[in-house]
Design a protein around this ligand. Structure first.
Ligand code: FES
Ligand code: FES
Length: 155
């Protein structure tokens, strides 16, 4: 089937198989390898992308379901003001170590911060329940969100 959707603001059309996942289309066909394949079972969040602004595990999201929708990956969010600020804060706070989980965290957190410009720590931790990081212990990531919020509010 022909899949037509918008990826990081650019209309794309790709010939896909019915069984293909959005993750496979992004990585293998569009060469957007910033989105990572971890568990491939919807458990780790490494493959998180935004579909019409909402985080989804692209490893268990049928590519065909993205037809007509807008998809944002970490590559697009690098060009997004909020996404870029968050990535810089993650680096500064030590929230990026091996980095494998980072695209998924960035993607989830951009959605959180678009919805609420100053989320509580509890809300941030709850939103991150589906994103696993084996390196940081999470505190540095939560600190980076606080720094991003402070920077955006001029504090
Ligand atoms: S690779 Fe998709 S949730 Fe782990
Ligand atoms: S930085 Fe290594 S898994 Fe998160």
């Amino acid at each position: 089937m022909e899949l037509s959707f918008v990826v990081n603001g650019t209309p794309r059309s790709v010939d896909v198989d019915a069984a293909e996942t959005l993750l496979g289309v992004l990585r293998d066909r569009l060469r957007l390898t910033g989105t990572k394949e971890g568990c491939n079972e919807g458990e780790c969040g490494a493959c998180t992308v935004l579909v019409d602004g909402l985080p989804v595990d692209s490893c268990i999201y049928a590519a065909g379901a993205a037809a007509g929708r807008g998809v944002e990956t970490v590559e697009g969010l690098t060009r997004d003001e909020l996404g870029a600020a968050l990535q810089a804060a993650l680096v500064a706070a030590g929230g990026v170590q091996c980095g494998f989980c980072t695209p998924g965290f960035v993607t989830t957190l951009v959605a959180v911060l678009r919805e609420d410009a100053a989320p509580s720590e509890d809300a941030v931790r709850e939103a991150l329940a589906g994103n696993i990081c084996r390196c940081t212990g999470y505190s540095q990531i939560v600190d980076a969100v606080a720094a991003t919020v402070a920077g955006r509010n001029g504090r």
